[in-house]
Design a protein around this ligand. Sequence first.
Ligand code: GDP
Length: 384
Amino acid sequence: MNIHYPLSIINYPLSSLLTPQGRGAVASIRLRGEFDQLTHILTRHFHVRGKHSLGVIGDIRYGTWGRNHPEDVVVCRTNESNWEIHCHGGFVASDRILADLASSGVTVVPWHELLAVESGTLEAEFRQLLSQTTTLKTAGYVLRQANGLFAGAIRSLRDAIANGDNVAQCVERLRNLLKWSTFGRRLTQPAQVVIAGRPNVGKSSLINALLGYTRSIVYDQPGTTRDVVTAETAFDGWPVALSDTAGLHDTIDRLEQSGIERAREKLSTADCRIILLDRSQPLQDFDRQLLAEFPEAIVVAHKIDLPPTWDENQFAGRIDISSKTGEGIDHLIASIVERLFPELPSEDQAIPLTDRQCDILNKAGNFLQQNITFNSYKKLSELL
Ligand code: GDP
């Protein structure tokens, strides 16, 4: 998410759909710009019912939009620069109004870009991030940052730099913020958990067990018809995306090759890898190959409801589970959470949440380390 406008755009008439995509009774559009220009544009399309005037802040006006097939709308000037137009929900009415506004010279932008012009990039970023959170827990963390925790920390650090405080201490404060960057990103982007194993060890059955419901992803032909299946869920309030690398095994079939490559790529970029072994079958070369290739993966012995074929003591720290009976699934979930979130920040810890924020913090840190404190101060100011 990068929102950088030339200053000149701030004076252009802008408009955006405020209500989310999808079904709803009412759709709301915001129009922003100079009063005379907007009144001129609005009177071309909006016909007030009765003999009312337009333009007094707070006056709600009912009327119709357009001459052909007029659409019922409510229009209100909400402050010096903003108007709101409320029409029927769905896309047809709002698309038509936005198209009419665009034909009259209004630039139509997504809601968070309009917000960036009104309230600044940081505020727009936080609002957009909040809309992307999927659990109460992550929303709580993002909300605390949005309510001033992050901006407060940046302002305080910037002031310390301006006051000539000890540079090493300021660098340390920056490091302490950046330490939480992975955590921050995982609040709005699910951590990638990838389950690897040879065909028939029970990867899709395990995903079903972890999701708590049955998806129709169990195939008769082991591994041959699919590559990566992904499903999103949350463990203990933390968003995760589970992937099953079904196509990951040796083959001479060229058609399957692309699926295998995708599966390998998914595995190598995963935040947490699970190697699934079938304890009811003897270990095979492919199992050993996976274990050697990804030594840090969580090793899971599957199908423990069946008689075991290998040693109880093999693979210290492995987790025994059965997707059939549910045994060990809670333990596995706890281990995944522990891997992904080994340390949690305190409630008052400022956390960068986007690549843009981290990038600026990194650059400010580099300037600081070179003792170019003024540039560091300027960089941090970009965040406020
Ligand atoms: P995948 O090819 O690795 O995705 O494996 P599947 O999830 O399709 O499972 C392969 C077979 O193992 C299916 O017949 C499942 O019913 C069976 N299976 C999966 N998990 C278990 C388990 O925990 N216990 C037993 N007994 N069978 C299982």
